[in-house]
Design a protein around this ligand. Structure first.
Ligand SMILES: CC(C)(COP(=O)(O)OP(=O)(O)OC[C@H]1O[C@@H](n2cnc3c(N)ncnc32)[C@H](O)[C@@H]1OP(=O)(O)O)[C@@H](O)C(=O)NCCC(=O)NCCS
Length: 198
């Protein structure tokens, strides 16, 4: 598996790219204005570690280190040239698994435009076809209807519920796991998304 980073992926008006220092003001603005929008779905620490990141620069250093080691692909999501959210492929594993797990958010002001389905399509195609991953997984709280629509549009397979699976919004929360393996999308996920009626 190539440890190539930075990576930039684009389809139409959606672009995935690494966060950079010049994103600092826009990133903080997004996080502040979307605090309530994101709170229910945010990963938290079971041992009460709040934000161990001393600064945006420190935060970027951590992301870059993870990307260089090949454990995570931490993308910013751009829409029409504006930073609007993040998509991270995390826990990239090799061995006999070759899997990764995708998480995402976008700002409320651009929700409902199909940005995240496209972003997931881009990331999944890149992971499966350029990084050799065999499986892509997405874990979603059963009450997150908007996110459930994302995997439905992309045709991910429902693999059932994992009880108290992830620490989200300050507690252990049940999640539904959705997945695709390479054999499911020989044509690529973006191509499949484009073929959806409507
Ligand atoms: C879930 C989320 C990533 C979806 O991204 P998106 O780019 O808006 O995806 P889509 O445009 O395909 O919209 C998905 C669904 O969101 C819902 N939606 C659309 N506009 C919305 C809005 N303004 N507010 C709330 N929900 C909306 C609709 O049900 C839509 O499905 P539809 O297209 O069949 O109507 C986004 O809502 C988000 O970031 N939410 C907060 C963080 C989060 O839940 N992250 C995922 C954790 S698993």
């Amino acid at each position: 598996m190539a440890a190539g980073w930075p990576v930039v992926l684009a389809a139409g008006e959606v672009r995935l790219r690494p966060l950079r220092r010049s994103d600092e003001a826009a990133w903080f603005r997004l996080r502040v204005t979307n605090r309530e929008w994101l709170a229910r779905w945010e990963a938290t620490s079971p041992i009460g570690v709040r934000s161990a990141t001393p600064s945006f620069r420190g935060f970027l250093r951590i992301l870059r280190r993870q990307a260089r080691r090949g454990t995570d692909l931490p993308f910013g999501i751009e829409y029409r040239g504006e930073l609007v959210g993040q998509l991270t492929v995390s826990g990239l594993s090799r061995g006999s698994l070759w899997s990764g797990s995708i998480g995402y958010w976008v700002s409320e002001h651009v929700a409902g435009r199909g940005i995240v389905p496209t972003a997931v399509g881009l990331a999944a195609d890149y992971c499966m076809h350029s990084r050799g991953l065999h499986r892509i997984e997405i874990n979603i709280r059963p009450e997150n209807e908007a996110s459930l629509r994302v995997v439905e549009k992309l045709g991910f397979r429902d693999e059932g519920v994992r009880l108290r699976f992830l620490h989200i919004d300050d507690d252990w929360r049940d999640h539904r796991t959705f997945a695709l393996t390479r054999e499911d999308v020989p044509e690529g996920l973006l191509a499949r998304l484009a073929r959806r009626p409507g």
